[in-house]
Design a protein around this ligand. Structure first.
Ligand code: DX5
Ligand code: ZN
Length: 245
């Protein structure tokens, strides 16, 4: 394996072409993991979203370090690793070594997220901070200068296939107009044909979708359709910003 990408390189790759969908592997066929990855890569994905669950912070278990290593061997796509863990600080280095390019931790378990975000940056990854639907986004304010990415949950994390909670849209709008928030904005949970344009219109750059991608018969046409709807959402926002009705 080549040396890991630098954080500038990761950032450039993630920022190019936003808004777009990141397939969440939680919804793929794990019996054919490498093939599923090849297929979404061939379908035009830029990055993959990987959900790591500990059975404590969320009431479910998913996969861990050896599987992230295997995914890294299977693809050079950006790996966006969402740590749904009570004690993320203990696992930053192993997940970075396994090939994570973005490491996102939850504000609910970090009264002061700054040292953890700084540690992620020291490891050469992009630092992400996430919040669940019940948490007030204003509580993230002191940590925003240390975030490369903010992940707004639009479901309670733990399971794919849940219904989108529109509270995420208000949080995205708040973050998008915050003067100290140059971070990429990402949304996760219930993103599909019905909700994606609203997410992009509210300011989301990165749109995580599990069921809406892997539940489709043809990944390429589905990614193209979702990305088109996201682009329409941005156009709507820009139109409104110019004073259109
Ligand atoms: C939920 C995870 C999501 C999940 C989204 O706990 O964080 O990434 O895979 O799945 P869908 O797109 O099916 O809601
Ligand atoms: Zn996730």
């Amino acid at each position: 394996m080549d040396s890991p990408a630098s954080s500038d390189e990761i950032s450039q790759r993630l920022r190019a072409g936003t808004p777009y969908v990141l397939p969440s592997l939680l919804a793929c066929d794990f019996g054919h993991l490498a093939e599923e990855i090849r297929e979404v890569e061939a379908a035009g994905a830029t990055a993959l979203h990987l959900d790591i669950m500990d059975g404590h912070f969320v009431p479910n278990l998913s996969f861990g370090i050896p599987v992230v290593e295997a995914i890294r061997r299977a693809t050079e796509l950006v790996l966006d690793v969402h740590l749904m863990l009570d004690n993320p600080a203990e696992y930053l280095e192993p997940f970075r070594k396994a090939g994570a390019d973005v490491l996102t931790v939850h504000a609910e378990v970090l009264p002061d997220p700054r040292p953890v975000l700084e540690r992620i940056r020291e490891l050469g990854a992009l630092a992400g901070l996430s919040l669940n639907p019940p948490l007030d986004v204003a509580l993230l304010e002191p940590a925003l200068p240390f975030c490369d990415l903010v992940l707004v949950m639009s479901v309670m994390p733990g399971f794919g296939g849940q219904q989108f909670d529109p509270i995420a849209l208000d949080k995205l709008r708040w973050l998008a107009k915050h003067p100290d928030c140059p971070a990429l904005l990402e949304v996760d949970g219930g993103v599909n044909e019905q909700t994606i344009a609203d997410c992009a219109a509210a300011g989301a750059d990165l749109l995580v979708a599990g069921t809406a991608v892997f539940g489709a018969a043809d990944y390429e046409s589905q990614l193209a359709e979702l990305n088109k709807l996201a682009r329409q959402g941005v156009d709507r926002r820009e139109h409104l910003q110019r004073g259109g009705s």
